[in-house]
Design a protein around this ligand. Structure first.
Ligand SMILES: [Zn+2]
Length: 83
């Protein structure tokens, strides 16, 4: 276990390099930090960006049929159009 550099508590920490320095950050603090930083800052071209944890991907339920987009007529599969 490592002492978190942010909250000072002994926790399972991740080692993160921020601005050329290494920090031990617990997942709690890292989450808070990522939330604080989200939408801020600018893209630096010549330096390695701080890697934020990937956003939670909400998985769509499988087996769902694709819905027709608004404005498009629904497609009917396997049946001939009525005359
Ligand atoms: Zn912490």
């Amino acid at each position: 276990m490592i002492v978190c550099d942010f909250c000072g508590e002994v926790r399972a920490c991740l080692q993160k390099e921020i601005d050329g320095k290494e920090y031990d950050v617990c997942s709690n603090c890292w989450k808070a930090l990522a939330e604080k930083l989200s939408g801020k800052g600018r893209v630096k071209k010549n330096r390695e960006a701080v890697l934020l944890p990937p956003p939670l991907v909400v998985k769509e339920p499988e087996g769902e049929e694709p819905k027709p987009r608004p404005g498009e007529p629904p497609k009917i599969w396997g049946t001939a159009p009525p005359n």
